[in-house]
Design a protein around this ligand. Structure first.
Ligand code: GLY
Length: 375
């Protein structure tokens, strides 16, 4: 039996992948445990901590302080913030930097940041010296519940997000929930879309809990930890049974086909954050499912209503500055990497907590639905 948690104890979620299994350590103040955890995992490892300018200002000193007593060498790389950093240019300079810092296979790279830093650093770790181990220290809600877990690493191509990358699992994830206290409210809210996603896709009880407790999740404290841990458990279970996204892992793309198209249409700009695009995408996925008779309209409205209640956008018309025409949106949807042999694959729902993978969705149906939404 598990011993009762003491105050300050982290919640530890295991990502069960055989000899590549790792822990996700969740709790307030856990960044301070980085040195001890790394020293246990890789005694004597040199560390390179990669961050961006915004995160570095707030958290890099604390990260260095956490490891400097236990690591023989701690170097840092600070990159510009924003999606444009997920490029070949920054990948090349990060790889060169890790090589010139003499980070070897027995050493560790630490990604301290949100999804951009996690994805880029993970990809650099996947290819430098044919594979370095790395630790994720996610500093945004979105990264804590989604991008830091599961080993998807990538940079963007001019043709789309995350089109160049590798599966490369971290050896440890430390989600210090106190780091979220300094997140701008809009960014926290956008990350919450991915939390709600886990309820919507497979856990009706969690969704009902979020409907009742979302204000406490936003306020911090134990409800936030519970929401992050529940999200990470859901993701860990899916990744453990389908690491390479040949089946169930596609469920994590709920809202992403519509969402990625809207995000691309907005030029991956601050006009529409990733989580905001996913909120609209999930609302559209539930409405599209209702239109196909898969679930009652009231059930779709319940899903949409919760997203709107927390302040997330749920309609295409919520995109500031508007969107392009239907042809452009359909082109972007067709470019999404979940297209298999020209058929559209969507994650649809038979109810809250009951999403499924729908292959061979007719593009004409999607077009008619979107035309209605754009009217
Ligand atoms: N963000 C979706 C996945 O990790 O599969």
């Amino acid at each position: 039996m598990t011993a009762p948690l003491r105050a300050g104890d982290p919640i530890v979620v295991d990502v069960a992948l055989g000899d590549r299994s790792y822990d996700i350590v969740i709790g307030r103040g856990q960044l301070a445990s980085l040195g001890a955890r790394v020293a246990t995992l890789r005694p004597g490892a040199k560390l390179a901590i990669v961050s961006d300018e915004n995160v570095a200002t707030r958290h890099l000193d604390a990260a260095v302080a956490a490891v400097k007593a236990s690591a023989p060498q701690v170097s840092t790389v600070v990159l510009p913030p924003g999606e444009s950093t997920k490029s070949f240019t920054h990948l090349a300079s990060l790889c060169d930097e890790l090589i010139s810092q003499r980070i070897e296979r027995s050493d560790l790279v630490v990604a301290l940041g949100g999804g951009v830093i996690g994805d880029l650093t993970g990809f650099a770790a996947a290819i430098v010296r044919r594979g370095l181990d790395y630790v994720q220290v996610p500093t945004s809600l979105l990264a804590q519940v989604d991008s830091s877990v599961g080993g998807k690493t990538a940079i963007d191509s001019p043709q789309g997000k995350n089109l160049i990358g590798a599966f490369h699992q971290p050896v440890l994830v430390i989600a210090d929930t106190a780091l979220l206290d300094t997140l701008p409210a809009r960014e926290f809210r956008a990350g919450y879309a991915e939390v709600a996603k886990y309820g919507l896709l497979g856990d009706a009880a969690f969704f009902a809990w979020l409907e009742a407790n979302w204000k406490d999740v936003f306020a911090g404290g134990p409800a936030r930890e519970h929401a992050i841990a529940t999200s990470c458990r859901a993701k860990a279970a899916i990744v453990a049974r389908d690491e390479r996204e040949t089946g169930d892992r596609m469920l994590l793309n709920l809202g992403h086909t519509f969402g990625h198209a809207l995000e691309a249409d907005a030029g991956y700009s601050d006009r529409l954050l990733h989580g905001e695009a996913i909120a609209i995408g999930m609302a559209l996925a539930f409405e599209f499912s209702a239109r196909r008779g898969l679930l009652p309209t009231a059930e779709a409205e319940r899903a949409v209503s919760h997203l709107a209640t927390v302040g997330l956008p749920t309609r295409i018309s919520d995109v500031p500055g508007g969107v392009s025409d239907i042809d452009r949106l359909m082109t972007l949807i067709a470019q999404d990497k979940k297209v298999a042999r020209s058929k559209l694959t969507f994650i649809l729902a038979r109810g809250v907590g009951n999403a499924f993978i729908a292959k061979d969705v007719d593009a004409a149906d999607v077009r008619a639905f979107l035309a209605e939404k754009l009217a």
